[in-house]
Design a protein around this ligand. Structure first.
Ligand SMILES: Cc1ncc(COP(=O)(O)O)c(C=O)c1O
Length: 396
């Protein structure tokens, strides 16, 4: 039995689905020196305020508030909008979306997703509207925009609040319109796994400027001034060190975007003719956030299930992720929630696989991983092997 599966060299080090983009250390160090000298480590200092303004400009939104992470930002968005009762959402998302609803005191209700965009299906939203529904929370999953126009029409017609989780959609535009301009509020995550990050962090863009003060109170214990605490708030502040990292990451973002764009193009080129594999692509008029490269695996065409592929790639030190499996609607905490038939969400959860996607992977890294997938396909489908590729029976 060959030690090298399929004659393809495994990566020397584990390759994970993402790796944070890090700006030059000296640049961050120089900002840290300023912070040290000022002894101002948190509580909306100069680095924080500068990042807040620069991000609003970068995202094309009139205003933005920063938070310690995206999950708390989303919870605060729902609380600031005064949402009570039921919130219609998607089960095909990261746990944080649904936890934020529950932690805000509202109840999630699960709608199905559109089979193409994998975002909440407006038809399912309409089916699930009931007396207790107060809001819709859509997720721009993998950076693919929800059907924002249809959701806005439905929300307006039924007097519902409309909130978006844009954790994957940093910088996305829809027909030239920035993604943060839709609905009542849009949350961005700046976690280290995201294209733009502050190690941990989050932001809220919002339509109603009169809510900015309430958001500021919510993230800072409800403190109005030294004499007054005016509402039940929490601690969700982004500190100066996080903001300093963010300012430098923002400065290097265009370079990271172009490296990721080349990585994605390499995957698409190598996988576009692979039977049973479909690379999830953005629709016309949508800019790609370059957050993820996601494939859908059709077992009948590929000759191997998504889980089989996920397991087999580990033999080459490639650790992909099955985002978003399991569905949030299958977590024990949410089993009792009201739900539509979740046919498309259930199918997507069995088919999707996120491939490694970060600038340092390079075109060569993406080609090697795509080559592994193509090898597995040829092997599973019994199609002829490429000349020179060795046989190996150790692959599942
Ligand atoms: C869709 C989605 N929503 C919310 C979050 C939570 O963001 P954070 O990690 O910044 O709390 C994440 C992931 O990080 C996410 O993928």
């Amino acid at each position: 039995m060959s030690a090298i599966p399929g004659g393809i060299e495994p990566f020397a080090e584990p390759v994970y689905v993402t790796r944070p983009f890090l700006p030059p250390f000296e640049r961050v160090q120089s900002r840290l020196a300023d912070i040290w000298a000022s002894r101002r480590l948190s509580n909306m200092g100069p680095q924080h305020d500068r990042l807040q303004a620069e991000l609003a400009a970068h995202l094309g939104v009139p205003d933005l508030r920063l938070f310690s992470n995206g999950t708390l930002a989303l919870q605060i968005a729902l609380m600031t909008l005064g949402i009570r009762g039921e919130v219609l959402t998607t089960p095909f998302t990261f746990s944080a979306t649904v936890h934020a609803i529950a932690l805000s005191g509202a109840r999630p209700v699960f709608c199905d997703i559109d089979p193409e965009t994998l975002c909440i299906d407006p038809r399912s939203v309409e089916r699930m509207i009931g007396d207790d529904v107060a809001a819709v929370l859509g997720v721009h999953v993998y950076g693919t925009p929800c059907d924002v126009d249809a959701l806005t029409r439905i929300a307006d017609a039924h007097h519902l609040k409309l909130v978006f989780d844009a954790a994957h959609a940093f910088g996305t535009t829809v027909q030239g319109r920035p993604i943060g301009l839709f609905g009542d509020m849009t949350m961005f995550s700046f976690h280290a796994t995201k294209l733009f990050h502050t190690a941990e962090g989050g932001g809220l863009a919002f339509a109603d400027a009169t809510l900015s003060h309430k958001l500021e109170l919510m993230r800072n214990f409800g403190i109005e001034n030294e004499d007054e605490v005016v509402l039940v708030g929490t601690n969700a502040k982004l500190n100066e060190i996080q903001a300093a990292i963010g300012l430098e990451v923002l400065g290097g973002l265009e370079g990271e975007r172009s490296r990721r764009s080349a990585v994605k193009a390499a995957y698409v080129r190598m996988l576009e003719n692979t039977p049973g594999i479909r690379v999830v692509q953005q629709g016309a008029g949508v800019s790609d956030s370059l957050q993820y490269v996601v494939i859908r695996v059709d077992e009948a065409g590929f000759g191997m299930s998504r889980d089989g592929l996920w397991a087999a790639l580990k033999q080459w030190n490639v650790f992909t992720r099955r985002y978003f499996y399991p569905l949030c609607s299958d977590y024990p905490s949410y089993m009792a929630c009201r739900r539509d038939r979740l046919e498309h969400a259930e199918r997507a959860a069995q088919e999707v696989l996120c491939l490694p996607m970060f600038g340092d992977l390079g075109v060569e890294g993406a080609e090697r991983i795509a080559g592994m997938i193509n090898y597995l396909c040829r092997r599973s489908c019994g199609l002829p092997r490429q000349a020179g590729a060795a046989t190996d029976s150790s692959i599942a």
